[in-house]
Ligand binder design. Structure first.
Ligand code: GLY
Length: 422
């Protein structure tokens, strides 16, 4: 029988977790990560935005299955490029990937298919927004239409903040720029990540990300400082999420005739027992993946095959008991200009039940050095949330590099809105 090989595209902690999970079914030698990083075994430095170079590498290595980690290749049409070839690429087509790559397209899709979301207004010039900002007293969210690596969303509370956000947009993109303004819904935010084959959607556990740099959700937005799962979601609320968000989304995917075989991420705000969809992503979240995959008992490759075959109906994902927590260690200066090249100590001394997923590291002569803003994800598992967190923090303390920083309150949110919901 032919050896099954897969390539994971991307270079962060999410991709390390994907490689780790897939290697349990396929063997690490059959799981390639492109370009990967210093800590992901079987990493190969291939430019994943050059689809022809990528195709040559895949053919040379006899790899016929690809899983795409980040949004960029999906929004650039990687699925369309490989359509009809012998190489199967899991993910949405470029048209479907607009659910993430265009915030305006996504909001219009939600409106068209009755997905619960906050009211919004669309603009194509900076000066059009002043009246609305004054009317809402600056209490709103401004979103640049395109992909901006997490830097295109401004959550504002005052007129000053909103006008500052517009000034930032103008500085970067000029006055003529596509953006939207939506009502701000303060509440508890959760991430629900699922697989779809275009006919069915199968959920993973609900998780929670911690996007801001500092404790108490203060400071600038980052790529994510930690996550935990499962978040307990009352059954009444889960039913509303299914009815008001997931089902209408699937209906929309079908009505639009999207080719969508991959991962769909629902960023959901819960307020007064109601779920509101903040955003779609068309890929796994980072750092959510670093807790979701250790929690997943079912084989990931088994699921990806079912997605590809349009047979997701037969899969009922199973999960390991207990809780999973991820603490992200970042470099001094992150998310602004950060330090790199610092030697990492202590990786070899970690207890075997603590998982480490590398995000921004490089290896030189058998030693690891920092090479990114987010450096390492330290993942703990426990019977209770506090046991899982204790494990993750034990690991976070044992690892050292100059300028190491991490949040000490991962998994500590009160989630009052979630708890109130029946
Ligand atoms: N954790 C949020 C994201 O991946 O976009």
């Amino acid at each position: 029988m032919k050896t099954q090989k897969i390539a994971v595209l991307g270079s962060g902690g999410r991709e390390h977790a994907l490689s780790w999970k897939l290697s349990q079914e396929l063997g690490q030698e059959n799981v390639y990560t492109l370009p990967g990083n210093g800590g992901i075994p079987n990493s190969h430095n291939i430019d994943i935005s050059d689809f022809e170079a990528l195709e040559n590498f895949l053919k040379k290595e006899n790899i016929d299955f690809v899983f795409v980690g980040p949004e960029q290749p999906l929004s650039e049409g990687i699925v369309d490029f490989f359509q009809g070839s012998d190489i199967k690429v899991t993910g949405p087509s470029q048209a479907a990937a607009r659910l993430e790559s265009s915030k305006i397209f996504a909001k219009k899709f939600m409106e068209k298919y009755g997905v619960s979301t906050s009211p919004f207004h669309v603009f194509d010039h900076i000066e059009q927004a002043a009246e609305l900002i004054r009317e809402k007293k600056g209490n709103l969210v401004i979103k640049f239409d395109g992909l901006a690596g997490g830097k295109g969303v401004f959550v504002c509370s005052t007129k000053q903040e909103a006008f500052d956000a517009l000034a930032q947009l103008e500085k970067k993109y000029g006055k003529q720029v596509d953006f939207l303004i939506e009502d701000k819904i303060p509440g508890d935010e959760i991430s629900l990540i699922a697989f779809t084959d275009g006919k069915h959607i199968k959920n993973l556990l609900v998780s929670q990300d911690h996007k801001q740099l500092l404790e108490g959700d203060k400071g600038p937005n980052t790529g994510g400082m930690g996550a935990y799962a499962p978040v307990s979601v009352p059954s009444g609320l889960m039913k509303k999420i299914e009815e008001k968000i997931i089902h209408p989304t699937l209906k929309g995917i079908q009505k639009e005739n999207f080719h969508y075989k991959g991962v769909i991420y629902f960023g959901i705000m819960v307020k007064n027992s109601e779920p509101y969809l903040l955003e779609y992503n068309v890929r796994f979240g980072d750092p959510e993946t670093e807790v979701l995959l250790p929690a997943l008992k079912t084989g990931l490759f088994e699921i990806l095959q079912a997605v590809e075959e349009g047979n997701l109906k037969k899969i009922n994902p199973e999960f390991h008991p207990g809780y999973f927590a991820d603490v992200v260690l970042v470099s001094r200066g992150y998310p602004a200009k950060y330090e790199t090249g610092k030697e990492i100590h202590g990786l070899e001394n970690l207890p075997g039940d603590i998982l480490v997923f590398h995000a921004g590291t490089k290896q030189q002569n058998g030693q690891y050095f920092t090479a990114g803003g987010r450096v390492l994800n330290i993942v703990g598992h426990g019977e209770t949330p506090s046991e899982a967190l204790e494990k993750a923090y034990e690991g976070a303390e044992k690892i050292n590099f100059e300028g190491k920083f991490y949040r000490r309150d991962i998994g500590q949110r009160r989630n009052t809105e979630l708890k109130q919901t029946p």
